[in-house]
Design a protein around this ligand. Structure first.
Ligand SMILES: Nc1ncnc2c1ncn2[C@@H]1O[C@H](COP(=O)(O)OP(=O)(O)OP(=O)(O)O)[C@@H](O)[C@H]1O
Length: 549
């Protein structure tokens, strides 16, 4: 421990005591050394008795600086952990920090470029366009083609500060974990680990640039989302350069209305975008707060979103996606047993969970939602309630699902804010239905077969040998057995050989037919069908003639 980290630890403890955060722990979880600490710092203690717990936590985090502010913002999205009042209080934390000296910004930029700014840029503006806790944004124009760009550069020493604060946070979380016991639902260590992954991702701007390039390519032909062009050759870990955009902040409804933006279309496109990113591309922007989303100024009748800051992206496994889609469909069918089973099948809750009790708990939270008309039901809210319930059954936190739930809640909130009559179910249904159809329809089967063809191509030649080896073992075993057993084995050998040929022929014919339907090149399809038919004839001829042994 360095002197600096001891001083920081003291600052954190003093702030916590000042806002009476220790009082928020249940009395039975207050060990003697806590009491001693309170006694030693009695003059500092709880000067904000009049304020509620959430507000006290918010003020303390505000005072502790950027890393804690970002942590508070992240906590505010964990509505599966916090009550709505606490979450709303923490969501008010503002990540506004004074800009750092432009001379330092210049120095950092030149260090990354390994050249003076003037070699690549004209009109570099020393006054930053925006300044946040992790980075600062400056405008300039590219010397090579005069394009308007922005330079995003990390704050000096931000990595060191983040890591020092993260270390303290994880120590505090481990300590709390011990106080609360193994079966606590708050899981502070897990929450801090989650935060570490997020914030460490934000410290690597190159990663943000690569995410933006991928997302831009996914939506290159889209009329719903635009991602600014990244100048990849000028992107590094501590500096990225991208096209400068000119849009209206999505939260500025007055400006959007003033230019006659089609808000209904815009709201629907938001929901469409979310489902396309999740279900089509499996790559979604997971930090869609208002500062990162803008709306195009041109063609207000055909508006599109402009997305910035791709530092936090989410992906789901194919299984997670399927369970998720099935969860929604089971919810709309009011099939609560299926929901409970899905949580167990997916491994989100442990296999020994009492299905009946879980089903009941799900029913209690979901059933009242149907008191509203179907089009008013929020998918994000459904997920949130399901996760809250599942946590009571010790759901293992799935960070990717929490990201998804948080993004969904935000997109739906945004959609409703832009166009209060937005019919979420009608907008989302085609995506879910199409995706489910693709999962079980002939297309999905063809895709699976295509995916597995290399495996079969590799292992099919080994099959006869494997079967032969198996039979040989059987034969060796039977050498000393009686004749009947010998005859039986011979019969089985023939049957096995014939079955193998018949099954292989069926696989080849099915594959060939599916490939033919998929407009694939003709020769592999016909070849596969031809070989299939030949094997079928061989298999049929080699089957055992006598049914009796
Ligand atoms: N390509 C761009 N064109 C125009 N303005 C931009 C561009 N990129 C960023 N900005 C401006 O800079 C602000 C901060 O950018 P960005 O969100 O990428 O930074 P950040 O440090 O990650 O901030 P936060 O932590 O709040 O997300 C944006 O809200 C926007 O106003």
């Amino acid at each position: 421990m360095t002197v600096k980290s001891i001083r920081r630890a003291y600052h954190v403890i003093r702030t916590a005591l000042h806002y009476g955060l220790d009082d928020l722990l249940p009395p039975k979880l207050t060990p003697w050394y806590f009491k001693l600490l309170r006694y030693c710092f009695f003059w500092l203690r709880n000067q904000h008795k009049d304020k509620v717990g959430g507000e006290r936590l918010k003020l303390a985090m505000q005072e502790l600086g950027p890393v804690y502010i970002k942590f508070g913002q992240m906590l505010s999205t964990r509505r599966d952990l916090l009550s709505d009042e606490w979450a709303e209080e923490l969501a008010m934390l503002q990540d506004r920090v004074p800009p750092f000296d432009s001379a330092i910004a210049r120095e950092s930029i030149e260090k990354e470029l390994n050249a003076p700014i003037e070699r690549y840029f004209n009109d570099f503006d020393d006054t930053p366009l925006a300044s946040a806790s992790i980075s600062q944004v400056h405008t300039a124009t590219l010397k090579s083609n005069g394009a308007a760009v922005v330079l995003k550069v990390l704050r000096p020493d931000v990595e060191k500060k983040v890591h020092a604060d993260l270390l303290l946070m994880s120590q505090a979380a481990d300590f709390l974990e011990r106080l609360l016991g193994a079966n606590n639902r708050l899981r502070p260590a897990e929450v801090v680990e989650d935060y570490r992954t997020t914030i460490e991702g934000e410290l690597n701007l190159k990663l943000e640039a690569l995410n933006a390039i991928k997302l831009r390519n996914n939506f290159i032909d889209s009329n719903a989302l635009y991602i600014p062009y990244m100048y990849e050759e000028l992107c590094f870990t501590r500096l990225i350069v991208m096209e400068r955009i000119d849009g209206i902040p999505v939260s500025d409804k007055v400006a959007l209305e003033a230019q006659g933006t089609n808000l209904k279309l815009l709201a629907e496109r938001g929901v469409e975008l979310f489902f396309t990113q999740v279900f089509r591309d499996n790559f979604f922007h997971a930090d869609m707060h208002p500062g990162n989303v803008f709306v195009s100024r041109e063609h207000p009748n055909d508006p599109f979103y402009i997305g910035l800051d791709c530092g936090i992206m989410g992906t789901l496994t194919d299984e997670d996606k399927r369970y998720l889609a099935e969860n929604f469909l089971a919810f709309f069918n009011r099939d609560y047993r299926r929901i409970a089973q899905l949580y167990i099948e997916s491994g989100w809750v442990s296999a020994d969970t009492d299905v009946g009790a879980f089903e009941q708990a799900v029913k209690v939270v979901c059933e009242p939602m149907f008191n509203k008309p179907l089009d008013e039901i929020s998918f994000g809210h459904v997920l949130l309630e399901l996760f809250r319930t599942a946590r009571r059954f010790d759901m293992v936190v799935q960070p990717q699902l929490v990201l998804l739930e948080k993004t969904l809640l935000y997109i739906e909130g945004l959609g409703r804010q832009l166009y209060p009559q937005l019919d979420l179910w009608q907008t989302a249904k085609p995506f879910l239905e199409q995706w489910m159809a693709e999962q079980v329809g002939p297309k999905a089967m063809a895709a699976k077969v295509k995916q597995q063809l290399p495996y079969w191509a590799e292992h099919l030649p080994e099959l006869p040998e494997l079967i032969y080896d198996n039979l040989k073992i059987g034969r060796d075993l039977s050498k000393n057995q009686n004749k009947l057993l010998d005859r039986y084995l011979k019969h089985q050998q023939k049957a096995h050989k014939s079955n193998y040929l018949l099954i292989t022929s069926a696989i080849l014919v099915i594959c060939g037919t599916i490939l033919l339907n998929q407009d694939a090149t003709l020769w592999p399809s016909y070849g596969s069908i031809g070989i299939g038919i030949t094997l079928w004839v061989l298999g049929w001829r080699s089957r055992p003639k006598n049914r009796k042994i």
